[in-house]
Design a protein around this ligand. Structure first.
Ligand code: NDP
Length: 451
């Protein structure tokens, strides 16, 4: 008989927490999980999944006009937000149910309420104290608003899926993943989108050439992009929002979306009180095994603000179980993680940007940009880009950047080769699949730049 109520108490039922709970329970541990909102967390309920369904919904508008060029007698459709929204919420409820079933079927006890940490081995849940040999904090993050008067007039990404109606005019603030993805989604759904980004180019931290092309393509699809511009003031104006920008523009919008970053959910969790160290942004500080300053307390996923992506949180959860329950200390590999930004066109990347690689060592850059067959045939201006950054010395691919429809799908596969340490010559030896866009990745013969 254990001296604790549970072997593991997981706080947070998102991708990372659910996976860790399930795997630990399947291995015979006595596990409980508390979730104060809906099982599935940010990814399933208010992030990746509903976002991707909105990406699909938004893609049909261009599809109608392309179809006509291919000889189809079709009219432009009318997007009915309530119809889509109904289906969307049905799907999210279904997925939430799947997550619940997975937990229960693995033998995890689920508390649908908030839990806080009250000791190195104890949590408070539903007014009761529960003890656990290990506690796993997987509480994720939340969108933040800038600190400015009337900021609550704006919405954040969580609110987008519950809008009663689509706005006619939307202002997006920010230039990161969420800002750029939703600017494209909303434009695709027929919303008039303006975007303010305070920096010189959107998607800071990504490859400059890719950022430039995506920005150009976003402007091409009608997004009114203002770089070097931020929101200065906002006020209510007859049910709409009047905005003044730092560049002196004064405009009125139906909605203002703050996509200005996310913060880890550690407020009021009781972590610091028991000795867990938090960073300046409130993130839980962990070592390579996801262990905090309190040896019995671990943390995974966005709450640790390492690499804030669902598949990474899942890996961190699995590595935690391997380390703590299977006696096999497993650090999480955060190197060479492929990822995608679901703009139109999408951006898939793995490894270093050209700028970062050039700082590190001598490189060759292979890059091609062209109008792909499918949309060029329909007279569309879309351009795509394939880029490889190659180490002159080792010949290894240091970075791969693809801006194209379905780039997310492409980078998953190219990512395997890059992760395996493929060289440019390995890519060259691979026969092209013709006719595809992605064949260009194996047919670039001469570097466009070396340094
Ligand atoms: P990001 O950190 O990517 O972007 C935040 C943006 O807001 C930046 O452009 C930033 O500007 C700007 N910003 C920050 N503060 C202010 C301010 N006070 N006023 C004006 N602008 C401001 O955060 P996101 O919320 O977009 O995404 C969070 C994370 O979620 C991502 O980093 C990613 O890990 C994950 N994510 C992944 C997705 C995917 O894989 N497809 C999709 C969505 C999210 P600046 O650049 O100048 O700092």
């Amino acid at each position: 008989m254990s001296e604790f109520d549970y072997d593991l108490f997981v706080i947070g039922g998102g991708s990372g927490g659910v996976r860790a709970a399930r795997v630990a329970a399947a291995g015979g541990a006595k596990v409980a999980l508390a979730e104060e909102s809906r099982l599935g967390g940010t990814c399933v309920i208010r992030g990746c999944v509903p976002k991707k369904l909105m990406v699909f919904a938004s893609s049909y508008r261009e599809g109608f006009s392309e179809a006509r060029a291919y000889g189809w007698d079709v009219e432009d459709g009318v997007f009915q937000w309530p119809v889509f929204q109904g289906h969307l919420h049905e799907e999210l409820t279904r997925l939430e149910g799947v997550y619940g079933k997975l937990l229960v079927n693995s033998g995890v006890e689920v508390f649908d309420s908030r839990a806080t940490v009250s000791g190195a081995h104890s949590v408070r849940v539903r007014g009761e104290e529960k003890t656990a040999k290990h506690i796993l904090v997987a509480t994720g993050g939340r969108p933040t608003r800038p600190d400015m008067p009337n900021a609550d007039l704006g919405i954040v990404s969580d609110d987008l899926f519950d809008l009663e109606a689509l706005p006619e005019r939307l202002l997006v603030i920010g230039g990161g993943y969420i800002a750029c993805e939703f600017a494209c989604i909303m434009a695709g759904l027929g919303v008039e989108v303006t975007q303010y980004y305070r920096g010189a180019q959107i998607l800071r931290g990504f490859d400059e050439e890719a950022r430039g092309l995506i920005s150009e393509m976003m402007i091409e699809q009608g997004i009114d992009m203002h770089l070097g511009t931020n929101i200065l003031e906002m006020s209510e104006d007859g049910g709409k929002i009047a905005v003044r920008s730092t560049a002196g523009h004064e405009e009125t919008f139906d909605k203002v979306l703050f996509a200005t970053g996310r913060a880890p959910n550690t407020d009021g969790l009781g972590l610091e009180e028991v000795g867990v160290e938090l960073g300046r942004g409130g993130q839980v500080i962990v070592d390579e095994y996801s262990q905090t300053a309190v040896p019995s307390i671990y943390a995974i996923g966005d709450v640790t603000d390492r690499v804030n992506l669902t598949p990474v949180a899942i890996r961190e959860g699995m590595a935690f179980v391997e380390t703590v329950f299977n006696g096999n200390p497993t650090p999480v590999d955060h190197e060479l993680i492929p990822s995608a930004v679901f703009t139109t066109p999408e951006y898939g990347s793995i490894g270093m940007t050209e700028e970062a690689a050039r700082e590190q060592e001598p490189i060759e850059v292979y890059c091609t940009s062209f109008r792909p067959m499918q949309t060029a045939f329909a007279g569309k201006p879309l351009r795509v880009m394939m880029k490889l950054i190659v180490s002159k010395e080792s010949r290894k691919i240091l970075g791969c950047h693809i801006v194209a429809p379905a780039a997310g799908e492409m980078i998953q596969l190219a990512g395997i080769a890059v992760k395996m340490g493929a060289t440019k010559e390995d890519f060259d030896r691979t026969v092209a699949v013709h006719p595809t866009m992605s064949e260009e990745i194996v047919t670039m013969r001469d570097p466009i730049r070396t340094s």
